[in-house]
Design a protein around this ligand. Structure first.
Ligand code: NAD
Length: 468
């Protein structure tokens, strides 16, 4: 049996991962926010104070140190190739013009066209999009699909907008960033707050300017050359990783209890597919609250109700719990599938499971990761665990470029093969180097990007010379 030891990382505070400018606000411009909203912040924040970028940069730096990458090469790999910020003014139903900010960050394209989702969420900012773009570079490299890394987003709240308003924002965003996109340049996909319908609008808008080009976005509806299996792909990949890691984490999947944070695309698919394997869903949360039922929650029924517009806490056959207590639910497997920074220094100690499979991007801060390692919790990191989405996006793109279609069985089988291969490669590397799965995964990703950059002639020597 392969047993991968969680790496001991010197315990550090979330506040201390990267030096912060004391006098600057979160956007780096002007003084910190002293408003009552900030001053009255909960002592147990639901999300970490550490930024998404600091989280990704921390893991990159740790892996780059082990690989002895030169500082000038690191500077190339840790910064973005291109960052686009656009203004999206939209007249909404209140009769006013609202100004949103849209971002597209292309991090590294050494291995192929840029690839990454588009998020519609009020917290979207440049720091978050930058971090997620960089994560995509390492993720596509670890999964070994021929893409670089990118991400985009608009700081709007689709839950508070009418359907026509979301469409207007999506089309306007495409109009403003289309020049840096293209089926062989940069290919967006869904993320938090966007879905197949959003992709259909983006494809249509791009088509008005460039002609019909389904390969411009992935995660499209099936009727518009989307791929079978794409909608479920990230959740299916998470469950595949759970199966791979179960033995090492000492979890017997048949009858294993699972808790899921976030019941959108990733969380609900992961929960439904895990229950098909015989797991019991005991606790779930969404942005509106959390529920628990130790006898099991019907994952399909919950999904059906959520897709009809109800919230998770409105589900009747379970008890409402404080969302902050979701992490403390005793279970075998915990699947974070909401936002970044949800498991942090102030709450990681409460985690009460054997295995965490990170469906969300950057759900665990570095400080929390060390607490989990001390507690002996086995973690399958985001950078490999949630790669199922981009893998099937790759399949969708390949099908679009050739205008043919694979069956769902073919897609799922190919997805499983790639996910299992990635798990094995990372687990072997973690054992060989005696490091955590996360550091091993980043090391593999960085090496593959460096190899592509070297072969293209962008970089020559990358390692610190002996004696330096
Ligand atoms: P989604 O918008 O479909 O669902 C997000 C879910 O999180 C919703 O249920 C929402 O209510 C919940 N949520 C938001 N704030 C919360 C909070 N404070 N506490 C608990 N739940 C909260 O988004 P998604 O596509 O399922 O993405 C979820 C995560 O997975 C994100 O981190 C995303 O970047 C990552 N991811 C998504 C994909 C994909 O293919 N969709 C691929 C890789 C990674």
């Amino acid at each position: 049996m392969l047993r991968v030891r969680p790496e001991k990382i010197a315990r550090m505070s979330d506040e201390a991962t990267t030096p912060r400018m004391e006098t600057a606000g979160s956007d780096g411009h002007g003084p910190r926010d002293q408003s009552p909203r900030e001053a009255n912040k909960d002592e147990r924040p639901s999300r970490a104070e550490v930024s998404n970028f600091e989280i990704v940069d921390h893991w990159f730096t740790l892996a780059a140190d082990r690989l002895e990458i030169r500082d000038d090469v690191r500077a190339v790999l840790s910064s973005s190739y291109r960052e686009v910020q656009v203004q999206i003014p939209a007249s909404l139903s209140d009769g006013k013009i609202h100004v949103f900010s849209g971002y597209r960050v292309q991090h590294n394209g050494a291995r192929g066209p840029y690839k990454g989702g588009i998020r519609f969420h009020p917290d979207v900012d440049l720091d978050e999009v930058r971090a997620l773009a960089s994560l995509m570079t390492w993720k596509t490299a670890i999964a070994n699909v021929p893409y670089g890394g990118a991400k985009g987003g608009v700081n709007c709240d689709p839950k508070k907008l009418e359907r026509g308003e979301v469409e207007k924002i999506a089309r306007s965003f495409m109009d403003k960033i289309e020049k840096v996109l293209g089926p062989t340049r940069d290919i967006p996909a869904p993320d938090v707050g966007t879905n197949a319908q959003t992709m259909a609008w983006l494809m249509d808008e791009y088509g008005k300017l460039h002609g019909h080009a389904p390969a411009i976005v992935t995660g499209k509806p099936i009727a518009l050359e989307g791929s079978y299996g794409r909608e479920a792909a990230t959740g299916r990949g998470v469950v595949c990783m759970m199966e791979q890691a179960a033995k090492s984490a000492g979890v017997k999947l048949n009858g294993a209890s699972i808790a899921v944070q976030g019941y959108g695309n990733v969380g609900s698919w992961a929960a439904r597919l895990a229950t098909e394997l015989g797991c019991k869903l005991v606790a779930v949360s969404d942005a509106d609250g959390a529920i628990r039922n130790d006898d099991g929650i019907d994952a399909d029924l919950l999904h059906q109700q959520v897709s009809e517009g109800r919230t998770v806490p409105e589900f009747e056959d379970a008890d409402a719990i404080d969302p902050a207590d979701l992490l403390a639910t005793e279970c075998d497997v915990f699947i974070p599938a909401a936002l970044g920074g949800m498991i942090h220094e102030a709450n990681a100690d409460k985690v009460n499971c054997k295995l965490i499979v990170e469906g969300a991007n950057s759900p665990t801060t570095p400080a929390a990761d060390s607490i989990l390692a001390d507690k002996g919790v086995f973690v399958v990191p985001d950078v490999m665990a949630n790669a199922g989405g981009v893998i099937v996006s790759y399949f969708e793109w390949v099908q679009n470029l050739q205008h043919f279609r694979w069956t769902e069985e073919e897609v799922n089988e190919r997805l499983g093969n790639i996910m299992r291969g990635a798990y094995e490669a990372v687990a072997d590397r973690a054992e060989k180097d005696d490091v955590s799965m996360r550091v091993a995964a980043y090391a593999i990703g960085i090496e593959r990007v460096l190899e592509a950059a070297r072969l293209r002639g962008y970089l020559t020597d990358t390692r610190v010379p002996a004696g330096d």
